[in-house]
Design a protein. Structure first.
Lengths: 144, 513
């Protein structure tokens, strides 16, 4: 079976470069691509009762929007280039979910863009790429 | 139904003049006017019979009896499912493809924010003062028993909830009383309907009273106490405090500004942790006295000295405060737990065990230990001054803690109000149906009661509304008795699978045995 590359994208504009880079890699290695967007979510957050009541509905809306605005355009563009592409949206901790999905689907590499947030901000809040690099079980390519 | 609706409509209007009269001086007259009726109702609900010279309210016996019955009927489910409940909260059985839904943890946390509150701070101080250290022992016993009640309520809440086509869910005693009893037989169908309506009426009353006015009133008292008591600039400005709180509550429940609710829902657990942490520090600083405190608790539980009514008296104080604090058997928490996403309703029952556990067995016990160990308890305390007593106990070791406690009290009160406004609204829409006007009417009434609660010394009205919360236990528990076999069947099926190890685990938990 052909190799699988996992590409993590988020809503920022950065991702075009990482998607292009992954497409190039996949093209030359004849690999399949899995484009994943993680909606930040924690199973341990505290919500009000009225939020919980409509949570199921909100989740569906969030998933629909993520597919429509982020995943589907990328998948279509890459498919048009003749690549084998799948799209996926999950809720969870971004870095942890990227790694979990990579393990689950047997991806050989994770490609992810970086926002280039300031050093101060990265120090204080961490960033998805740096966390992912720390925890990943497969090689990670960070595209600047 | 329509007659009931019009009666409740009238009751709602009847309150309106109170809002206009929420000024100084008038509150006394209103208090006098309402007193006979309020006293009659609260007198009936809290009607008591003397045991050993101690008046024991019937509703308390009703709650404890139910908790004991449930504990035995389900073979000490409160103890044997604790470990599994923890696994569920931790997410061992949560499917990773279903992330983004309401988790067990979230449902539990939401329900807890409605229960952890003034009862844990004020009520315990009163119990230890009036019942001696031994009251702590009975409080813990009642906490453990209450876990069984929550288990049954919350399982039923999820099982009989309404799931609407748009994906939102509504659950709670209204639904399990009406749908559950109808499922059992045609005769019970009418009873279920009546119980559900009665429950909803009491729930609305409780949401205005114990879940609202009482909270506003008590938090204002604590603010007064730290800002200088009667000499405080705020002394006669309860209405101002009420307006500020009401505007915040209004922003959340009418304005839909969830960010405020989200901020409080993050700060409230933090305050809880700070409170428990401070309690543990104080206990740690008095560690040499700890064995003596434990001895006093155990000895005091069985042979109390100087407590009115002896063992019965101390038992009563402990049980009463536990019941007031964790609301097990009242049915309120089942509304909050119903939002969880699971296809096994019984799992939420296991998770709900942790609610009285955290509330009563952990938090109330810490308050009690701090009060006992610092020797602050005072048998002559005025029961309405519970917060002040706990405040003094913490102050004796950490001098600035009353300020932190004030913030905690206000936030606990705020989150309890938000939770109860939701419970009340669910009951309200159960009776009157769903529409924007119906919703807004309830919410405006709710806000009015915040101001009334903070600005008035309506002692009897507050008693009355407190009585409404406990009145919820009557329809709720009557219905639950009929539904016990349903829960039993579900428990047996599930427990067999759990024991056989055929339940699917996910993630790291899948590799654990």
């Amino acid at each position: 079976m052909a190799q699988l590359l996992l590409v993590g994208i988020d809503s920022s504009a950065c991702c075009q470069r990482s998607v292009d880079y992954a497409a190039q890699l996949a093209g030359s290695a004849n690999a399949r691509l899995l484009v994943l967007h993680v909606i930040e979510w924690s199973p341990y957050s505290f919500n009000t009762a009225s939020e919980n009541e409509v949570r199921h509905k909100r989740r569906e809306e969030e998933l629909d929007r993520a597919y429509a605005e982020l995943i589907n355009p990328v998948v279509e563009a890459l498919t048009a280039k003749g690549l084998k592409v799948e799209g996926m949206v999950r809720h969870g901790h971004p870095a942890k979910t990227l790694n979990d999905i990579a393990n689950e689907k047997g991806a050989s590499n994770i490609v992810i863009g970086r926002k280039g947030s300031s050093r101060m901000k990265a120090q204080l809040f961490g960033s998805v790429p740096s966390t992912l690099v720390q925890i990943a079980d497969v090689p990670v390519t960070v595209v600047p | 139904m329509s007659r009931i609706k019009s009666i409740i409509g009238l009751l709602g209007l009847y309150w309106l003049p109170l809002i206009a009269l929420a000024q100084d001086g008038v509150d006394n007259r209103i208090d006098q006017a309402v007193k006979p009726y309020a006293d009659a109702v609260s007198g009936f609900i809290f009607s008591s019979f003397p045991v050993n010279g101690v008046p024991i309210p019937f509703v308390l016996v009703w709650l404890i009896l139910a908790a004991v019955v449930f504990t035995f009927y389900f073979g000490f489910i409160n103890l044997r499912a604790l470990r599994h409940g923890f696994q569920l909260v931790r997410g061992d059985y949560s499917d990773p493809t279903a992330t983004g839904e309401v988790t067990h943890f979230q449902a539990l946390a939401t329900a807890l924010s409605g229960t952890v509150g003034l009862g844990n701070i004020a009520g315990v101080a009163v119990a230890v003062s009036l019942g001696g250290p031994g009251a702590t022992f009975w409080m813990i016993v009642a906490g453990f028993l209450g876990m069984s009640s929550k288990f049954v309520e919350c399982t039923l809440g999820v099982r009989y909830r309404n799931e609407y086509s748009d994906g939102s869910v509504s659950g709670g005693p209204m639904y399990y009383l009406s749908k559950g009893l109808a499922e059992r037989s045609d005769k019970l169908k009418t009873l279920g309907k009546i119980l559900a309506v009665v429950f909803a009426i009491f729930c609305i009353g409780g949401s205005f009273g114990g879940g609202n006015m009482f909270q506003a009133n008590q938090s204002f008292k604590q603010v007064l106490a730290v800002t200088g008591g009667d000499a405080s600039w705020l002394a006669d400005k309860g209405w101002l405090f009420g307006l500020v709180i009401a505007s915040f509550v209004g922003m959340v429940i009418i304005g839909g500004i969830q960010s405020i609710a989200r901020v409080t829902s993050k700060i409230v657990p933090l305050m809880g942790i700070i409170y428990v942490g401070a309690g543990l520090i104080i206990i740690g600083m008095h560690i040499p006295q700890l064995p003596a405190a434990f001895t006093a608790i155990v000895v005091g539980a069985f042979s109390p000295e100087g407590v009115a009514g002896g063992v019965v008296g101390v038992l009563f104080q402990g049980f009463k405060r536990a019941a007031f604090s964790n609301e097990a058997g009242i049915g309120s928490a089942a509304i909050a737990h119903s939002a969880v996403r699971t296809n096994r309703p019984i799992t939420e029952g296991f998770v709900a065990l942790y609610e009285p556990f955290v509330d009563t067995v952990v938090i109330c016990t810490i308050t009690a230990l701090v009060i006992i160990i610092t020797g602050t308890w005072d048998p002559s305390v005025d029961p309405s001054q519970g917060v002040a007593l706990t405040s003094r106990a913490f102050e004796s070791t950490i001098s600035w803690f009353p300020w932190v406690l004030t913030v905690a009290v206000i936030l606990f009160a705020f989150s309890t109000m938000i939770s109860w406004s939701y419970y009340g609204l669910k009951a309200w829409t159960y009776l009157f149906g769903h529409s924007l006007i119906i919703d807004i009417t309830y919410k405006l009434l709710f806000l009015a009661f915040v101001v009334i609660g903070a600005s008035m010394q309506l002692g009897s009205v507050i008693d009355f509304s407190d009585a409404m919360i406990f009145a919820m236990a009557f329809p709720n528990i009557i219905g639950i008795y009929f539904l016990l076999p349903v829960v039993k069947r579900e428990l047996n099926e599930y427990w067999a699978e759990y024991k056989a190890g055929t339940l699917q685990k996910f993630g790291k938990a899948a590799n654990r045995v």
